[in-house]
Design a protein around this ligand. Structure first.
Ligand code: GLY
Length: 373
């Protein structure tokens, strides 16, 4: 039986305090709802480990056209999201619109880049082929062995950690109640915690990322279709002026994302390793070697951090957003490689669903019920 002292009630209870959970909470609070977020490791998960790329065009994949549409919509709204968030929080989130340069190291890479470019153009996306001299003019730090490139002016980046901190401030200012406790069980209108608290909500939003399957009562279509996909990244640091890179540079399997203070994030491995979050010597070696092949000057930078995070991968690489098979339980998870990009668009659409009871057309293809038995 519930002890009355341990029960609290809200319009919306969000399970998970990463970028998706905080965005949903902030957006719901802005629509006048009372909101709680429950998480004992807020911002220690995938949000903390990400590189902050906003890359719908550079990361486009075959067969994922519906996801591309959502990613493009998200990228289009990012300037507005950032500007509102910076106003509400008073913080700079490190949004950079200097674009992305995808480069080829050798003839194999060049063939893959040509194929990618043809696919991008076929989808009506904007990406321009560059000759090697043009690449080097854009980013003089590139290795002399680089063969050619593609510039994607619309693929931007943000400092994901600064973004999460700003969202936490914005949530606090919007009177979102943040409870630092581990969620053990969910059911219609109820969230139970390891601390023995019962948090009630007219709606419960499941935004627990890769940990979704560990929570009792999670709808089967969510628990069975979201899994951890490990990514390891390096944080390097050098002078802000002159910076080693002024835009994101990526190869076929690696990316280097500069921040304006001289930091450079190098990522990322993609590993099916369950819930293992150890950082490994092998990953440091492979990432540094690949980064060096594109930008030899990385060896002059300080290595300040190695981080591993768990992307919430889904069966079809697309997120689960919307109603689940359990009444009043909604999902906002499974964002895999695009959580930072999709945070705002997910929050807007999900909160619209909560307020109106109608699923916005933008998220219709991402219903969690597509994985129902
Ligand atoms: N979107 C980059 C990554 O998941 O590594």
């Amino acid at each position: 039986m519930e002890d009355a002292a341990d029960v609290s009630r809200f319009d919306v209870v969000v399970v998970g305090g990463g970028i998706i959970g905080l965005s949903v909470a902030w957006t719901a609070a802005a629509r006048g709802m009372s909101v709680a977020v429950v998480d004992d490791r807020a911002n220690a998960g995938a949000t903390h480990a990400a590189a902050g790329m906003l890359a719908p065009v550079g990361e486009v994949s075959y067969g994922e056209e519906a996801l591309l549409e959502l990613n493009l919509a998200a990228a289009g709204r990012y300037p507005d999201f950032v500007s509102k968030l910076e106003d509400c929080s008073g913080a700079d989130v490190g949004y950079r619109t200097t674009g992305t340069l995808v480069v080829a190291r050798d003839l194999d890479d060049k063939a893959r880049l040509d194929e990618l470019h043809a696919y991008q153009l076929g989808l009506g996306l904007s990406a321009r082929k560059l000759r090697v001299q043009e690449c080097r003019k854009l980013q003089p730090a590139l290795a002399p062995t680089v063969r050619s490139g593609l510039v994607v002016e619309g693929d931007h980046s943000v400092d994901n950690r600064a973004l999460a901190r700003a969202l936490a401030v914005a949530c606090e200012r919007a009177r979102v109640c943040v409870k630092s406790d581990r969620v053990t069980e969910v059911s219609t209108g109820v969230v139970m915690t390891s601390g023995g608290e019962v948090v009630r909500g007219d709606a419960v939003v499941l935004a627990a990322g890769s940990e979704s399957s560990a929570i009792e009562g999670m709808p089967a279509e969510v628990a069975a279709s979201v899994r951890p996909v490990k990514g390891q990244l390096l944080h390097l640091s050098g002078p802000a002026e002159p910076p080693l890179l002024t835009m994101t540079v990526r190869g076929v399997d690696i990316y280097l994302v500069p921040r304006s203070d001289g930091r450079l994030i190098v990522g990322a491995t993609v590993e099916e390793a369950g819930f293992d979050t150890r950082v490994t010597a092998g990953a440091v070696f492979e990432l540094l070697r690949a980064a060096y092949e594109l930008v030899p000057g990385v060896t002059e930078l300080a290595l300040t951090e190695v981080v591993a995070g768990l992307r919430p991968g889904s069966v079809d690489n697309a997120p689960l957003i919307g109603e689940t098979s359990v009444p009043a339980l909604y999902a906002a998870t499974g964002h895999y490689r695009n959580g930072i990009l999709l945070a705002s668009v997910t929050a807007d659409a999900l909160v619209e669903l909560l307020v109106t009871g109608t699923t916005p057309s933008l998220i219709e293809s991402f219903s969690p019920l597509r994985f129902a038995a």
